[in-house]
Design a protein around this ligand. Structure first.
Ligand code: GDP
Length: 365
């Protein structure tokens, strides 16, 4: 699961990416982590893990992770091949969701590519490039489907969808706001893998002073919030520069630093958690003396497939899952006490795993 960080040049993408990866997972723990400097494997902050680990005296704690990709170089004209435009657009096509960084800080020392700070104009510039690129994809598909559409009902139906979708985009709207209840259409739509069909989170990059009230007194942030509402996106207020400083601190120093700033949680942590959710991911937990660990699954995953994340044998030989809610377990103080209170469920293969389930799988080998 991958998120791409996009935005115009000089808005703070690299600064954000660096703080993400610095605060992030020990890459040594994650052998699948590539050495690509633009890709970072980032731990998802989850305070439940430390508490569970304390209960079980776990030697090791392993958080869930997600990948962030720094997609620099998206500029006006990218869809027409300006700069390395098309390459960057191809990179965006590979991600599952987008973090769109927008500049909401004034600083005469940091040049703006369009001469002034105007986040909505910036967002529209990027959106337009993505829209152009999507229209190109639709046009290619239209050319292909048109030939068969005369004699083939399915292709005729798809052609009709393509034309409607293209019109939608030509009005400057995003594919994600295009709604259809028709199942064929939904399937085609997801098959096109349109850039503007991907979920977006806006990261409003503000000055340090604007953190305490979460950007409420920053007019740029207000503009971004209004805009985001229309396309159904969330907005997170961060100060990339401060995040970079925070990322270098030890855990207890970090707490004090955040208190001084008047915030409980760093913007980065909120952003990572929101990214995890926007990807439709949840965590179930396993805990014992050797390790307490969060396992990433898609919402709606059933117990055997969730077990398969640990090992394929767990899925194949699945018998049942012993499940207790994380908070219930902590309240009871031990799994034995939770069992006595009837809070540990014995669940079968149709059980849909919930976020925060602490699970012990029983299986045949
Ligand atoms: P990118 O081109 O989007 O990757 O932008 P960078 O991360 O390289 O940042 C561009 C410049 O803006 C750098 O000089 C950063 O130090 C500066 N910058 C980034 N975030 C902030 C911020 O929150 N406040 C201020 N004042 N400057 C920032």
């Amino acid at each position: 699961m991958k998120l791409g960080i996009v935005g115009l040049p000089n808005v703070g993408k690299s600064t954000l990416f660096n703080s993400l990866t610095k605060a992030g997972a020990e890459s040594a723990n994650y052998p699948f982590c590539t050495i690509d400097p633009n890709v970072g494997v980032v731990a998802v902050p989850d305070e439940r893990l430390q508490k569970l680990a304390a209960l079980y005296n776990s030697v090791k704690v392993t958080p869930a992770v997600i990948e962030f990709v720094d997609i620099a170089g998206l500029v006006k004209g990218a869809s027409k091949g300006e700069g390395l435009g098309n390459q960057f657009l191809a990179n965006i096509r590979e991600v599952d969701a987008i973090v769109h960084v927008v500049r909401c800080f004034d600083d005469p020392n940091v040049i703006h590519v369009d001469g002034s700070v105007d986040p909505v104009r910036d967002i529209e510039t990027i959106n337009l490039e993505l829209i152009f690129s999507d229209i190109e994809i639709l046009e290619r598909r239209i050319a292909k489907v048109s030939r068969g559409a005369r004699n083939d009902k399915a292709q005729a139906k798809e052609l009709e969808l393509l034309n409607r979708l293209k019109e939608h985009l030509e009005q400057g709207r995003l594919a994600i706001t295009f709604k259809t209840d028709d199942e064929d259409e939904q399937e085609w739509l997801s098959g096109y893998n349109l850039l503007t069909g991907k979920p977006v989170i806006f990261a409003a990059n503000v000055a340090e002073d604007d953190l305490a009230d979460d950007g409420a007194s920053n007019k740029y942030v207000q503009e971004v919030r209004e805009f985001a509402k229309e396309q159904g996106s969330e907005v997170f207020v961060i100060c990339a520069q401060i995040e970079q400083e925070i990322a270098e601190l030890e855990e207890d120093e970090k707490k004090m630093f955040l208190e001084d700033l008047g915030i409980a949680q760093s913007g980065l942590e909120k952003l990572i958690q929101a990214s995890y959710h926007i990807l439709g991911l949840i965590s179930y937990l396993t805990s014992g003396e050797p390790e307490t660990r969060a396992w990433t699954i898609k919402k709606g995953t059933k117990a055997p497939q969730a077990a398969g994340k640990i090992h394929s044998d767990f899925e194949r030989g699945f018998i049942r899952a012993e499940v207790v809610n994380y908070q219930d377990l902590l309240d009871c103080g031990s799994i034995a006490a939770a069992k006595e209170k009837g809070l540990v469920g014995l669940e079968g293969k149709d059980y849909v795993v919930k976020d925060g389930d602490v699970i012990l799988f029983r299986f045949n080998v």
